[in-house]
Design a protein around this ligand. Structure first.
Ligand code: CP
Length: 315
């Protein structure tokens, strides 16, 4: 495995291998000296053509904890503003000795273009491409669910775990990646979604689809994952207005208070508090939102370790 482009490319054995490597990385992250020498002398670039807080910073921390040299590239402030192409940007970085590209791009498929190009030799990791995929977020979410529901010592699948994903599925690379990985791990996946925000691909993958959030919440899901309304990707009007969306599809304080105290609340971030999720839900003891961010570092260490240390030494 040279690249990580899509959660759909991960079979059960590979998914569990990465999740269980991430558990080992959690051990490293709990030590006083949070450092492994695995990637000493290797150079990776964080190549972000779109904004990010969690993914960019956690990849940077992850690479540094594995002793890699890290270059942070953002399109803003680079020669992209002078018209430099994606190809020429990457040729430039690779000429300077960069071996791995962690790429976020607004264009769905940009990461596949780089990984398949004859002009690039780098390992490519998808840090979110358009509305397509965000595989390390799905791995982070799966680890968070497994540890919260099955316990820290569990190294198995998510068979029997019921996960409800709520909101803007159409524009969400997180939802697409989560559905792919959750199905591989054996989870039962429900979607609660306005019909205007439901892509046909998700319809084929999900176990159940609801067009009413209150009906969905009655069905005893172990996990309720709220999604952000991705206004920046909408080129049309998909919901009447933000207030109506919040009333019909938001995890309000009242809806949250009616859930079982065992229901795990998740959100990949960034959150729009008061729109898709209330502060009562987001800040409750049932919320795993901060754990999702924390686990992102361990998962990204595991992915970098697997692709750059294990796989390259196996050649
Ligand atoms: N979840 C996620 O991708 O967050 P960022 O956009 O902050 O990286």
């Amino acid at each position: 495995m040279k690249h990580l482009l899509s959660a759909a490319d991960l079979d059960l054995a590979t998914s569990l291998d990465i999740l269980n490597l991430a558990v080992e990385m959690q051990g490293v992250n709990s030590r006083d000296v949070k450092k492994l020498p695995a990637l000493t002398g290797r150079t990776v670039a964080n190549l972000f053509f779109e904004d990010s807080t969690r993914t960019r910073i956690s990849f940077e921390i992850a690479a540094k904890r594995l002793s890699a040299d890290v270059v942070n590239f953002t399109a803003k402030g680079s020669s992209v503003s002078k018209g430099e192409s994606l190809k020429d940007t990457i040729l430039t970085l690779e000429a300077m000795g960069i071996e791995a590209l962690i790429v976020r791009h607004h264009h769905s498929g940009a990461v596949n273009t780089i990984a398949n190009a004859s002009w690039s030799n780098a390992t490519v990791i998808n840090a979110g491409d358009g509305t397509h995929q965000h595989p390390t977020q799905a791995l982070t979410d799966a680890l968070t669910m497994r540890q919260a529901i099955k316990g820290k010592d569990d190294l198995g699948s998510l068979a029997g775990v019921k996960v409800l994903i709520v909101g803007d599925i159409l524009h969400s690379r997180v939802a697409r990646s989560n559905i792919d990985l959750l199905k591989t791990l054996g989870a039962y996946v429900g979607l609660a979604v306005p019909s205007t925000l439901l892509p046909s691909s998700a319809t084929q993958m999900a176990d159940v689809i609801y067009h009413n959030l209150d009906e969905a919440l009655l069905d005893g899901f172990d996990v309720v994952m709220m999604l952000r309304m991705q206004m920046e990707r909408m080129n049309s009007v998909f919901v009447p207005n933000a207030n109506e969306y919040s009333t019909l599809w938001g995890l309000s304080a009242e809806r949250f208070s009616n859930l079982s105290s065992n229901t795990l609340i998740m959100h990949p971030g960034p959150m729009n508090r008061g729109l898709e999720i209330s502060s009562e839900a987001a800040d409750s003891p049932q919320s795993a939102i901060v754990d999702q961010v924390r686990n992102g570092v361990a998962v990204r260490m595991a992915v970098l370790f697997k692709l750059l240390a294990q796989e390259s030494s196996a050649k």
